[in-house]
Design a protein around this ligand. Structure first.
Ligand code: FAD
Ligand code: NAD
Length: 465
């Protein structure tokens, strides 16, 4: 295949890489993007999108079963629903496909050349791309490494047979009768909840003292309560150390209760993801590392001139929206604009039941850096909209600097509250004070009013509590 030369080459078409390429193309840069997977990366193909589709389908099925069991709104009943999980997975694949095509046409519209294949650096300006149809040499003035991350494999539980990664869990043709989940973090609790709603008997094995250890205990409590309602067994302070023979029970050592054997049809291992820093010729470059990640500065520049890195390969939080924001910024920098990656806050959402949102500083993290704070916490039990939705568990909590009431953080837990993350993040990014939030008219009846009320409570002026 003929050699190509371009102004910008992006390696990896995940949310970081494809957003970078689209923006670069829009800015008139001659841009090439390489991936051997359909555009969209982990997030679109085997991550954010397919997982949220299955979580939603499981929610719907569960709601129908609740109605059939007359546990829904009094007077609301339904027949026992059917679940054809392989059709649900087909529906999910259809959504992924539509989005793959969407990204492909956005790249085309921005006049970005999409090359199918695996990229390998020859030097800081040259990459060899290999695909089934041959190899191609690409030279570029600037290169963006957006290779993303991959699941961590436990040596005692290598993927294969009944031991699956999140990618395998998203393609099962039926919910396993019994599912053991090793790792009670984002993926384990999100997918564990979905499979429990779809009818699996789920056990979550978490090494830390609590599931979702990234979030504070108050936020996790309603999620724990819901897992208990769903019949999910949660073992904390527990480590899985292998299978009893090939395909046998999962062996777990728990702080409380000692050795346990868990029989399961599938063992889903979700103990974190690691950046993909090998397999693309890093040894041909002179890049600094930051632990397991590629070190970048606040313009996402690496130690080599003209070589940038974005997304999961560059550090925490390994989230799609961080990758996208970095990608957009790097395209603008390469096009000659002055930009820095300096967000006040990056929202984190756990799509559990109820959902958790955390933006900015928690009370503990503010205190840890010596900031005097005031907080306001408004429970959904006092929110009319939450009651009309049949779910009033959870709360919104606002953290503000004591001296000037600058909003430093907002955390919330509640059914379907992921969408509130936009309001929380905007308030922090715009430098809002409690008075600004309290002075903003929030529509009634909405769950968003809990944000207004939490801010009012922070000012000592709570109205509805
Ligand atoms: P990736 O999306 O990993 O893309 C990297 C791309 O690079 C891949 O397509 C890969 O094929 C390609 N590549 C790698 N090496 C080469 C090479 N040598 N040559 C060519 N191409 C190469 N994040 C959220 O924000 N919200 C969520 O709800 C969420 N849910 C998730 C659910 C699951 C089950 C998983 C696994 C992840 C989830 N994430 C979520 C995390 C999110 O997927 C990642 O943060 C995001 O995809 C990172 O984007 P990226 O562009 O850095 O890398
Ligand atoms: P995670 O880091 O969220 O959770 C891993 C969990 O496994 C931790 O709680 C850890 O204590 C536990 N653990 C580690 N080793 C263990 C062992 N041997 N036995 C038992 N438990 C063990 O990782 P993840 O759930 O695999 O997700 C990976 C990343 O993907 C996340 O960190 C996040 O960046 C991203 N993600 C985000 C979302 C979202 O934004 N909603 C959803 C899914 C994934």
């Amino acid at each position: 295949m003929a050699d190509i030369s371009c102004q910008l080459l992006v390696i990896g078409a995940g949310p970081g890489g494809y957003v970078c390429a689209i923006r670069a193309g829009q800015l008139g840069l001659d841009t090439v993007i390489v991936d051997d997977r359909k555009p969209g990366g982990t997030c679109l193909n085997i991550g954010c999108i397919p997982s949220k589709a299955l979580i939603h389908a499981a929610d719907e099925y569960f709601a129908m079963r609740e109605a059939a069991a007359r546990r829904a709104i009094p007077g609301l009943t339904a027949g026992e629903p059917d679940l054809d999980w392989s059709a649900v997975v087909g529906w999910k694949d259809g959504i992924v496909n539509r989005l793959n095509n969407g990204v492909t046409s956005l790249l085309k519209k921005a006049r970005v050349k999409l090359v199918d294949g695996r990229a390998q650096f020859l030097d800081g300006k040259t990459v060899l791309v290999t695909s089934e149809t041959g190899t191609q040499r690409i030279t570029a003035r600037n290169i963006v490494i957006a290779t993303g991350s991959e699941p961590v494999e436990l040596p005692a539980l290598p993927f294969g047979g009944k031991v699956i990664s999140s990618e395998g869990a998203l393609s099962l043709t039926a919910p396993p009768k019994r599912l053991a989940v090793v790792g009670g973090g984002y993926i384990g609790v999100e997918l564990g909840t979905a499979f429990a709603k779809a009818g699996s008997q789920v056990t979550i094995v978490e090494a830390a003292e609590e599931i979702l250890p990234l979030y504070d205990g108050d936020l996790v409590k309603p999620v724990r309560a819901r897992l208990a309602e769903l019949g999910v067994e949660v073992l904390t302070g527990a480590k899985a150390h292998g299978l009893a023979g090939e395909g046998g029970d999962l062996l777990v050592e728990a702080t409380e209760g000692g050795e346990r054997r868990i029989s399961a049809d599938h063992v889903l291992v979700t103990v974190g993801r690691r950046p993909l820093t090998e397999g693309w010729g890093r040894e041909e470059l002179v890049l600094d590392m930051d632990g397991q990640f590629l070190r970048v500065d606040d313009t996402c520049a690496t130690a080599m001139r003209g070589v940038y890195a974005i997304g999961d390969v560059t550090g925490e939080p390994m989230l799609a929206h961080r990758a996208m924001a970095q990608g957009e910024m790097v395209a603008e920098i390469v096009a000659g604009k002055r930009r820095r990656f300096d967000p006040r806050a990056i929202p984190a959402i756990c799509f559990t039941d109820p959902e958790i949102v955390s933006v900015g500083l928690s009370p503990a993290s503010a205190k840890a850096v010596g900031i005097d704070i005031v907080t306001g916490r408004f429970p959904f039990q006092a929110n009319g909209r939450a009651m009309t939705l049949g779910r009033d568990d959870g709360f919104v909590r606002v953290v503000a600097r004591a001296g000037d009431h600058l909003v430093l953080g907002v955390q919330a837990v509640g059914a379907g509250i992921a969408e509130l993350s936009a309001a929380f993040t905007l308030a922090i990014e715009m430098g809002a004070c409690l008075e600004d939030v309290a002075g903003t008219i929030h529509a009634h009846p909405t769950q968003g009013e809990a944000f207004l009320e939490a801010a009012m409570l922070g000012l000592g002026q709570g109205l509805h509590l």
